[in-house]
Design a protein around this ligand. Structure first.
Ligand code: PEP
Ligand code: MG
Length: 885
């Protein structure tokens, strides 16, 4: 390192920084330094460190630490020497780019200025040197506009207005009858520069700076300021990037890809980022500047064409790409420019990739001896495995969305829109692919959700009924799409927003992306799920590293089988009320809920018992001696009460009562806050026969399956316990019924911990529990005082505005909910040191929450079948992060 404190130079085969200096130099600066030190062709430049950004934040805009100006001057002199050009020179002028570059990737959030160093004198020198006056004036007009916008703030008053420089350029284009920017000749470009400068003078009352040093400091100040622009601020909050990190500023000699047909600019990946195949992949444009590739004005050519057009530069790119990948031991994303046949590298970073590519690249790099299995697992972004397990929208042909909701269950689905569950089933039976579009869903819609390829609802949240059920089925689902208005009776819907309305009717085709929450009109191209052999290899490594067991939330034999194929090691939550979604079964549950007395309830329960027994028996057969946790009924009543006239008539008919009488009972049972009402074990405290019969059904099923020569491992779980006495009583009740029905098969009884009070008195609850399973859906709901079903209406705004970093129903809140969980684990294990502890809320399949569970000493996590592989990876990463040998 040099004696310079705030500025680090690179170029000419050496550099003062390295890739490891990201905190100080930002990602871009650190990797430019690394490339330069490897002797790669990098245009010379220097990086002003993030420390200066922090100084500016503390002292105010354009206030710099002592000595910075001298360091910048010295670094600039080095660049001049290496580039053989001088800043502001009237014969051989040096032009530079000034770019932001934070330690964390923040794509497009901050500002960049290109072609800096041009004025009325240097533009002529550039024209002469390049022998291309049009090129020189094109650079100049781009620079004045970019600088005018970014540094001098000459921008449109609001989003509806066109940017002022674009407006002026459009006028000049129409005057010169030029359709495209590249059709403008030198005289038109000269006119544009003059008009742009006039615009700056009119708007800022100050002339555009001719002095190149003033330009440079203006640009440096603007890049530092852009660290705190609103979009960067929001992005940081979303990504949990601390504002104190600051950005670096990179000043680098310009190279030009737009000087003629032996010039080009492009981007390349060292492997195919969609499939992971080991091949140089990317695109380029001959005679163009970098922004032309991004702007999509011209269609770039695939990288292999470069071998024909500029073979020497292509060969050099292939060499550099391999060298960089070997050096960083990961797939690289490269930006390059070719000037007069010579390759220059402008950026390298670890490349973004699809889930499939992520798995393949990691496994291939191990096979190539570049990574250890442990390193490969640590590199896996567990949440991206979703893409491997579900079909996704082809990233190469992604259209513009018309609406956005919460990404409740991943994967993509295309289908004809229907507005009722029955229609979904009918159309599906006719062989149509359908999407169920509803204001909200209820248990009666389950057959429609099953028939549909995906579900879209206007209301709900990440743990609302539709979301939980869809995730369980591995089907795409979007909830809380607040711009959606459904008129199921008229079989129409509309997406309303931004002064526009897009109407759809039954049969119209939409595409849903459950991984992003986006809705598209018409069919979008999909790529199917691909479970290659690489995933199997990766998962073997994963399982050798993890300590946490991974179970699944499954209510049906099909879900249980799927989960086992994904590696589930038991069922952590079987929601028994979910076994009653079919119409004939829901009737029996309704009968039970609406019964006037114990006799009525027992009659209804007698209908339920054999269905439950058979379901449990099948589940035990599928799980084959793996633990199965069965939760006794926990139906929030509103989800199961009949609402429509025909539903009420059906129940009335079944129980031989007048519809009016049933309607009156429904009214009597309706609750102001059903989620905090007569649900969970409260039902069994008032009506013990409900749990008694359920325990009997479980016992009979166990006896049946054991009689077939199989083994069972049964855990009965009591939901929503708030005081130890609830559990004490119900444990006695359930144990007696199970023992009697099963004839003495061993079993355990535990409880869900899903209320703050239960966490606080966990030591006493543990006296009656063989295990705890944290129900973090309800625990989040009750800790935050946020309704699971209604939060979707306003929680996205909290996240958008950065009031909350993430939706706490998706990512476990470590500070509040997490602190209660830790209290609960401590209390429980104080009473019973070996107490088994798990989680069965939706967080059980979310990577950072799984890592939390590992650190909190859980025995297992339980999640929906399609998230089992994700949880396995997250569990392994948590163990590796701890340095387990
Ligand atoms: C929970 O509350 O986290 C839970 C698993 O139970 P449910 O979602 O069924 O209320
Ligand atoms: Mg719950």
């Amino acid at each position: 390192m040099s004696s310079a404190t705030f500025v680090k130079s690179f170029g000419g085969g050496s550099a003062e920084g390295r890739a490891r200096d990201k905190a100080l130099l930002g990602g871009k600066g650190a990797n430019l330094a690394e490339m330069a030190s490897l002797g790669l062709p990098v245009p010379p430049g220097f990086t002003i460190t993030t420390e200066v950004c922090r100084y500016v934040m503390a002292h105010g805009a354009d206030q710099y630490p002592d000595g910075l100006a001298a360091e910048v001057d010295a670094a600039l002199t080095k660049v001049e020497e290496l580039a053989g050009a001088r800043f502001g020179d009237s014969t051989t002028p040096l032009l530079v780019s000034v770019r932001s570059g934070a330690p964390a990737s923040m794509p497009g959030m901050m500002d960049t200025i290109l072609n800096l160093g041009l004025n009325d004198t240097t533009v002529d020198a550039l024209a002469k040197k390049s022998g291309n006056a049009r090129f020189a004036w094109d650079c100049y007009r781009r620079f004045v506009a970019m600088y005018g916008e970014v540094v001098l703030g000459v921008v449109a008053e609001s989003e509806e207005h066109e940017q002022p420089f674009d407006q002026v350029l459009d006028q000049i284009k129409s005057k010169h009858r030029a359709n495209r920017d590249q059709d403008l000749k030198e005289d038109a470009l000269r006119e544009a520069v003059a008009a742009f400068k006039q615009l700056v003078l009119d708007r800022t009352k100050t002339a555009f700076p001719d002095d190149v040093k003033a330009q440079l400091w203006g640009a440096i100040g603007a890049v530092f300021r852009s660290w705190n622009n609103p979009r960067a601020d929001v992005y940081r909050k979303m990504q949990n990037i601390p504002a104190s990190m600051g950005t670096a500023v990179n000043v680098q000699a310009m190279v030009f890809g737009n000087l003629g047909d032996d010039c080009a600019t492009g981007v390349a990946f060292t492997r195919n980022p969609a499939t992971g195949t080991a091949e140089l992949y990317g695109e380029f444009l001959i005679n163009a500047q970098g922004e032309d590739v991004v702007a999509g004005i011209r269609t770039p050519e695939p990288i292999h064409e470069l071998a024909q057009k500029l073979p020497a530069a292509h060969a050099e790119l292939v060499r550099v790409a391999k060298l960089l990948e070997d050096h960083f031991r990961d797939m690289q994303d490269l930006e390059f420019t070719i000037q007069a046949g010579q390759l220059f590298m402008l950026q390298t970073r670890n490349g973004k990739r699809t889930g499939i590519a992520m798995v393949k690249v990691a496994v291939d790099l191990v096979a190539e001896g570049k990574l250890t299995p442990r390193e490969a697992v640590m590199r896996i972004d567990a949440s991206k495995l979703d893409e491997v397990l579900h079909p996704t929208i082809d990233p190469k042909a992604r259209p513009t969305p018309i609406a956005k909701g919460l990404p409740a269950s991943p994967g993509a689905a295309i289908g004809k829109v229907v507005f009722t569950a029955n229609a979904a089933e009918e159309w599906h039976n006719r062989g149509e692919e359908v999407l169920l579009v509803r204001t909200e869903t209820s248990p009666e819609d389950i057959h429609g959700m099953k028939a549909a390829a995906g579900t879209l609802t206007a209301r709900g949240g990440m743990t609302s009924h539709a979301a939980v059920v869809a995730r369980g089925m591995g089907k795409c689902c979007i909830t809380a799409c607040t711009s959606l208005r459904v008129d199921a009776a008229k079989k129409t819907a509309a997406f309303v927003g931004g002064g526009k309305e897009i109407k759809i009717k039954e049969g119209d085709v939409l595409t849903l992306d459950g991984s992003t929450g986006e809705v598209f009109v018409g069919p979008s191209p999909l790529v199917p799920a691909q479970l290659g052999k690489e995933l199997g290899t990766l998962m073997e490594w994963v399982d050798s590293f993890r300590r946490l067991k991974v179970r699944t939330n499954a209510d049906t034999p099909t879900d249980a089988r799927t989960a086992r194929s994904f590696g589930a090691e038991g069922i952590g939550l079987c929601r028994t009320e979910h076994m009653f979604f079919q119409p004939e079964r829901i009737l029996a549950v309704r009968e039970m809920i609406l019964a006037n007395d114990e006799t009525g309830r027992r009659t209804a329960l007698a209908k339920i018992l054999p269905m439950q027994r058979d379901d449990f028996a099948e589940l035990f057969r599928v799980m084959d001696d793996l633990p199965v946790t069965i939760r006794l009924l926990d139906p929030p009543l509103h989800e199961f009460l009949p609402h429509t006239e025909s539903e009420i008539a059906d129940v009335a008919n079944a129980v031989g009562r007048a519809p009016k009488e049933v309607a009156a009972k429904v009214a009597e049972l309706s609750e102001a806050n059903p989620m905090l009402g007569h649900r969970g074990c409260r039902l069994a405290i008032t009506f013990p026969e409900i749990y008694e019969i359920q325990a009997q059904a479980i016992g009979e099923a166990a006896k049946l399956v054991v009689g077939e020569g199989k083994r069972v491992h049964i855990e009965i779980m009591i939901p929503l316990v708030m005081v130890p006495e609830e559990l004490r009583r119900l444990r006695v009740l359930v144990s007696e019924a199970f023992a009697k029905a099963s004839g003495g098969i061993p079993f355990t009884v535990g409880t869900m911990i899903e209320l703050p009070r239960a966490c606080v008195v966990a030591d006493r609850i543990a006296e009656h529990a063989d295990f705890f399973s944290f129900g973090t859906n309800d625990l989040t709901q009750t800790t935050f005082g946020l309704s699971r079903d209604d939060a979707g209406r306003f929680l996205p705004a909290y996240v958008d505005q950065g009031v909350l970093a993430v939706d706490p129903f998706v990512v476990l809140d470590p500070d509040g909910v997490g602190a209660l969980i830790e209290l609960g684990v401590r209390g429980g294990r104080a009473t019973k040191p070996g107490l088994k502890v798990g989680i069965c809320g939706e967080h059980g399949g979310e990577p950072s929450s799984v890592e939390f569970c590992h650190r909190a000493g859980f025995d297992y996590v339980s999640c929906s079948p399609f998230r089992v592989p994700i949880a396995r990876v997250a569990a392994a990463k948590a163990a590796l992060a701890e340095g387990k040998p």
